[in-house]
Each structure stands twice: as structure tokens, then as C-alpha cells.
Write a protein that binds this ligand. Sequence first.
Ligand code: C2G
Length: 131
Amino acid sequence: MKKVITYGTFDLIHNGHINILRRAKEMGDYLIVALSTDEFNKVKNKKAYYSFEDRKGILEAIKFVDLVIPETSWDQKIEDVKKYDIDVFVMGDDWKGKFDYLKEYCVVNYLPRTVGISTTKIKKDFSKSNG
Ligand code: C2G
């Protein structure tokens, strides 16, 4: 069984997230999403609208996703790749090059981001249209 992993906050799920999850799943048979905890989001200077539990529940409802695990630090990826016997690591290309150290352990794929959508844009557009 070919196992794929990807990491992120996945707040206010949108088609940019769905597109990367779909393409990640297409690279194997089993997709693990390492979901940033609320505490780790603080480290990333991100404040998610939805709690970790809510974001986890939403991801688990997406047919491409087979398992959601917590992402609690920048440094867990090598351990995760070994622990879950990962074949392919996938991230959007805004991260291109940042995780090349994983090439020693698995295939590393950076995929083009979906243009025109982001959680930040959703928040901005919503606050504008609602005064
Ligand atoms: N993404 C995308 N297209 C968009 C928006 C996001 O392809 N329009 C991808 C990102 O490139 C990332 C994934 O969706 O691969 C999740 O995005 P975020 O939740 O913003 O993830 P991020 O905060 O970048 O967390 O250790 C890695 C970090 O946890 C990555």
C-alpha cells in the first residue's frame, strides 16, 4: 500500500485544500493529513477560525483523507515518515524546497497551489461584504 502524507492548518476548507488533497491521494492508496494543532498554529503565527477538533472532523469527512494526525511541531516530519512508512510527501509549491531534507526518506512533491483562493482571502472578502 502506497502511503502519502501532507501537512497544514486546513482552516475554512476550500477548493484549494480539496485540490491538494485530491492530487495527494492520487499519488498513492492511503492519505494521512498531519493537521496543525491550535498551539502549533500560534508557532506558525496563524489563528484558525475553527478549532483543531472541528478542522479534524471536517477533514475526516473528505473522501480523499484516510487518517488525520496532529501536527505539533516543525520537526516531526522525519519521525512521521518513518512511523507511518510514508512513500510520498506532498505540499503546495509555496513550500517548494523547504522540505527537501525528506528526499532521503521518501518522494517529495510540491504541487502548484490553486490560484485565487485562500483562507485569508475568504476572511477578508467576508469581513468586507459584512461591514
Ligand atoms: N493550498 C493550495 N492552494 C491554495 C491554498 C492552499 O494548494 N489556494 C495548499 C497549501 O499549499 C498547503 C495546503 O493547501 O499544502 C494546506 O494549506 P494551509 O492550511 O495554509 O497550510 P500551511 O499553513 O501552509 O501549513 O508543516 C507545514 C505546515 O503545517 C503547512
